[in-house]
Design a protein around this ligand. Structure first.
Ligand code: OAD
Length: 243
């Protein structure tokens, strides 16, 4: 295990993907048990599908709401939230839509791909938060269908959000990517901004990814186990001299 210590870094960005929530029971997108293996995104997760059959798309998203509502943040989410409480410069940039970072207590969270717990009306633009699982009424008061406020295939990321996340990356001293296959752009390449800014880059994953070469430290194992090891390394053993 590396001798990295979070306390050596002022600005720490955690860049998380579906593997972060896997231990909570939320399925990943790719690999074994990945949801895109079972559910074709062209039928369930793009604007064309929604325009064609909004009820079918809502069925899928209500299923996901129900599934995530039954999951709890895991020890990894909680460790990240604890680090944020202990020090100011901790930011989470996540591709996850499950809200588990926030439920664990993280507050500085940029949700690049939107949220399962928010809706947006395409006609009037109204955004609403709701933790109902399933969402009972998928109609906006204006009469149009609400859609999940999620970045689907073919959608653009919010430029404000992307700018804010990019800024956080560019100010990072330490970038920790956790549980992402680094296969969806533009999110996947955000860690390059941290690299250009001279940050130390750490990748936590079960396996290598197409961008693993970018990282100074490639730590293999589950998110919660590796984060626990990094946090333990940061805590001096009882009786040991501070250094
Ligand atoms: P993926 O499902 O593509 O990748 C999950 C990654 O997590 C893989 O690299 C796994 O090896 C790793 N992994 C699995 N379990 C893990 C664990 N317990 N600890 C550590 N790593 C683990 O998920 P993302 O990279 O998040 O976008 O996918 C990116 C985007 O693709 C998602 O945000 C979603 C999807 O299409 C949208 O829906 C817009």
């Amino acid at each position: 295990m590396t001798t990295l210590r979070f306390s050596d870094f002022a600005n720490v960005v955690f860049f998380t993907g579906a593997g972060m929530s896997a231990e909570s029971g939320v399925p990943t997108y790719r690999g074994r048990g990945g949801i895109w293996k079972e559910y074709d995104y062209e039928t369930y997760a793009c604007q064309t599908a929604f325009d064609r059959d909004p009820r079918r798309v809502w069925e899928f998203h209500n299923y996901r709401r129900g599934l995530v509502a039954g999951c709890e943040p895991n020890a990894g989410h909680r460790l990240i939230a604890q680090l944020e409480r202990e020090r100011p410069g901790v930011v989470v940039v996540t591709q996850n839509i499950d809200g588990l970072h926030q439920r664990a207590g993280s507050r500085n969270v940029f949700e690049l791909h939107g949220s399962l717990w928010r809706t947006r009306c395409e006609r009037c633009g109204k955004r609403e938060a709701s933790d109902d699982a399933p969402l009972a009424d998928v109609h906006c008061p204006c009469g149009a269908f609400k859609r999940p406020d999620i970045v689907w295939f073919g959608d653009m990321l919010s430029s404000d959000l992307l700018r804010a996340a990019s800024e956080a990356m560019s100010h990072a001293d330490l970038l920790v990517a956790i549980g992402t296959s680094a296969s969806v752009y533009p999110a996947a390449e955000l860690p390059r901004l941290a690299q250009r800014a001279g940050a130390v880059l750490v990748e936590i994953n079960l396996e290598d990814t197409p961008l693993s070469d970018l990282y100074d430290h490639r730590l293999r194992g589950t998110a919660s186990a590796i984060l626990a090891e990094l946090c333990d390394a940061a805590t001096p053993a009882p009786g040991s001299a501070p250094h």
